[in-house]
Structure formats: structure tokens, C-alpha cells
Design a protein around this ligand. Structure first.
Ligand code: DGL
Length: 267
């Protein structure tokens, strides 16, 4: 892509395997309220976490190409599974800045008092080379308890958050019993479960996600690339889905995005 064609009023492109990346949109709107955005919810292909790396790469390429065709100036891969499996491939092939999201193992490692942390993430993330390499850096100093959040994404995509409770109990019990004091939410869908998770874990256990760090990194990269929107023109926020628009709308209400700036499209 020719960077000369990108201007700073162009939107930020964001994609996820579905609705999870909306938790990132929320942080972006808070930190970068003047930026327009285009969000792709690839709900028809959810969950990515149970697909092969090759499938995750090709879905990530499809999403990237659509966001580039729509004129985005930067792409946020708002999915841990797509980041850990595909971002190096995307960076190799497209000349547009990418921001990824990975489980916040490092912040948890720095914060823990018990030397024990938990990571709840998809199978695709936990099995990825990127996650294994990063978490191995800390394993000498602390114990990391991993849990695969099998079926959590499917239930969240149906809007059935309450149905996740028995699964959360099952997945979190071993790490709680082991004495973790920090639990990393390594999937952008999981922040929607924070109120339910808080009911299940002791008060001293911190729940950590990477949303704020991603927004901060986006700000830094836009600034360093000279791509921050300095104009006062109207902000637009388009939400594309290939799943159910009603569910997307319900989640958008939950995160309280200014609704007058929101439009929907099917892709
Ligand atoms: N939001 C995606 C993530 O952060 C969910 C992956 C999936 O679809 O399984 O990993």
C-alpha cells in the first residue's frame, strides 16, 4: 500500500472473529474520541480459536483486505487468536501499521505477589508460538496456570452470557485452588464476562485484560506515523457484521458508544 494515499482523517480499521473486539472499540473511543472507525465482526466464522493456523491466517487476510479497501489508515487486530497466529504474516504482506493484542502475561507477572498467575484464552492462542515464547520468558520466575475457554466465545456470540457461568467455574477452579492472584483474560470476548468472573473469584484476585494497552499503543503509533486525526470533521463509526445485526447492536448498547455516530453494514 502506498502510504501517501493514507490521510489522517481516514478511519481506524478493527477486526475480530465476532463481537469480542468491541471491548477494544470501547477503549479506542475513550482514548481517541476524534477518530473514525470501521469495525468488522466476522461472526460467521467464529470461533477462530478452534481453527488451524492456516485458516486463521486466511481469515485475517480477508478481513485486512476489506479494511484496506475501505480506506483504513491502521488496522487493529482486536483478537488474541488472530494476533498470535497471523500478525507476523500480515505485517510481512501489507504496508499498513498493525496493532495486535496478546494476553497480558507480562503485566500480570510484574504484579503478582503469590508468583502464580492464570491465563484464560482460546486453544488457538495457547498453542501459538508467540504465546508460548512470551510465557516461557516468565516461567522460570513464576507459575502460569493456563485454561482453554472452550465454548465461551460461542455463548458470548449468542448473547447468552449467563450460560458461561458453569464453564467459567470449571475452567477457573484449578487456578484459583492453586492460589493465583492475577487472572489474564487472553481473549477480547472475555471482558464481557468480567462481572460474572468477579463473582467466582476471591476479592484479592485481579482480572487483567489488554484493552487499555492496545488503545495506548494505537495512539502512540498514530502519533509517530503522523496519522492522528487533527480535523474537526464529524466522526463516523461503521460496524460491519456477517452475523446477526441485533446482537451487534445489543453489545454496542452495553458498551455505550455514542449511538448517533454508529451505522451498520453487512459484509
Ligand atoms: N476475540 C477472539 C480472541 O481474542 C476470540 C477468538 C475466537 O473466535 O475463538 O481470541
Amino acid at each position: 500500500m502506498n502510504k501517501n494515499n493514507i490521510n489522517n482523517i481516514a478511519p481506524i480499521g478493527i477486526f475480530d472473529s465476532g463481537l469480542g473486539g468491541l471491548s477494544i472499540c470501547q477503549e479506542i473511543v475513550t482514548l481517541l474520541p476524534n477518530e473514525s472507525m470501521i469495525y468488522l465482526a466476522d461472526s460467521a466464522n467464529t470461533p477462530y480459536g478452534e481453527k488451524s493456523q492456516q485458516e486463521i491466517v486466511s481469515l485475517s487476510i480477508k478481513n485486512t483486505e476489506l479494511l484496506i479497501a475501505l480506506g483504513c489508515k491502521i488496522i487493529i487486530v482486536a483478537c488474541n487468536t488472530a494476533t498470535t497466529n497471523a500478525i507476523s504474516n500480515l505485517r510481512e504482506h501489507y504496508d499498513i501499521p498493525f496493532i495486535g493484542i496478546e494476553p497480558a502475561t507480562k503485566p500480570a507477572a510484574l504484579k503478582t505477589q503469590t508468583g502464580k498467575i492464570g491465563v484464560l484464552a482460546t486453544k488457538g492462542t495457547l498453542k501459538s508460538d508467540l504465546f508460548i515464547t512470551t510465557s516461557n520468558q516468565f516461567r522460570g520466575h513464576l507459575e502460569i496456570f493456563e485454561a482453554e475457554g472452550f465454548n465461551l466465545v460461542r455463548l458470548i456470540e449468542k448473547g447468552d452470557l449467563k450460560a458461561t457461568v458453569p464453564l467459567l467455574k470449571e475452567y477457573l477452579a484449578p487456578m484459583i485452588d492453586a492460589g493465583v492472584d492475577n487472572i489474564v483474560l487472553g481473549c477480547t470476548h472475555y471482558p464481557f464476562l468480567i462481572p460474572l468472573i468477579k463473582e467466582l473469584v476471591p476479592n484479592n484476585v485481579a482480572i487483567i485484560d489488554s484493552g487499555k494497552a492496545v488503545a495506548k499503543q494505537t495512539l502512540n503509533i498514530l502519533r509517530s506515523e503522523g496519522l492522528l486525526n487533527s480535523s474537526v470533521s464529524a466522526v463516523t463509526r461503521f460496524f460491519y457484521t456477517n452475523g446477526k445485526q441485533e446482537l451487534l447492536e445489543a453489545f454496542l448498547k452495553k458498551i455505550e458508544l455514542p449511538s448517533n455516530s454508529v451505522s451498520f453494514k453487512y459484509f
